[in-house]
Design a protein around this ligand. Structure first.
Ligand SMILES: Nc1nc2c(c(=O)[nH]1)N[C@H]1C(S)=C(S)[C@@H](COP(=O)(O)O)O[C@H]1N2
Ligand SMILES: [Mo]
Length: 211
């Protein structure tokens, strides 16, 4: 039974259902603001700072980071520019693993995820901690290429993909919400694709801090 690639894609789409206003994408587009950073293993470190339970900053060298326990998550990927990719198998470190290693203080409600060049995105702690949220180093068994975020990017499947910075370097625990890079520049503070929370003007009272 020869099924064409289009028929396969249509079948997959029907099984899953896409969030409103999204369409299936073949291949994997590269999308980001600014230049691609060069990875410098000697000076690279991954930090967790801000309102940690023990009040101190934690950091890992690249070598230490590669020894953290690993997980795999199969999930869809929805970009606010309307393309979606289905059934990506992300390999990496579960955000829950980091939260166990470095517990947030009891009053932490949000995190800011920081990437190279100061790119950032804010997330509710519950979205960051979701069982499908992963600091991905691999997709479909291949290490991430540098344009897709090598050595590590965040993937939060339940939110639009801008909430997943590539080239992540730090997570800041916050006791109040603060807008990240795109959230300050016209994109919705929460970014739930199922509720089509694309733009700031769609925000309702309580969805985000004043601009
Ligand atoms: N550091 C950084 N990460 C980023 C972005 C960016 O501009 N800078 N763009 C986001 C957006 S809008 C999308 S759709 C995805 C795209 O990931 P991809 O290039 O691997 O497809 O990366 C996200 N992560
Ligand atoms: Mo995006």
């Amino acid at each position: 039974m020869g099924q064409s690639e289009n028929e396969q894609a249509a079948a997959l789409e029907a099984q899953h259902g896409l969030p409103p206003g999204q369409r299936l994408q073949r291949g994997w587009p590269v999308l980001h603001y600014g230049p691609i950073p060069r990875f410098k293993p000697a000076s690279w470190e991954f930090q967790i700072f801000g309102a940690t339970a023990d009040g101190v900053k934690h950091s890992w060298t690249f070598e230490q980071f590669t020894t953290l326990p690993r997980t795999e998550v199969v999930a869809d990927f929805h970009c606010v520019t309307r393309f979606s990719m289905l059934d990506n198998r992300w390999g990496g470190i579960a955000t829950s693993t980091l939260l166990d290693l470095v517990p947030p203080a009891p009053d932490v409600t949000h995190v800011m995820v920081w990437a190279e060049y100061g790119f950032s995105s804010n997330l509710r702690l519950a979205d960051f901690a979701a069982t499908t949220s992963v600091l991905a180093t691999h997709r479909n068994d291949e290490p991430l290429t540098v344009e897709h975020g090598f050595p590590v990017r965040l993937v939060v499947p339940q939110l639009y993909a801008w909430k997943g910075p590539k080239w992540v370097r730090a997570v800041e625990y916050m006791t109040a919400d603060r807008r990240g890079f795109w959230e300050e520049r016209g994109y919705h503070n929460l970014g739930d694709p199922w509720r089509e929370q694309r733009y700031t003007y769609q925000e309702e009272p309580g969805d985000g801090p004043e601009l």
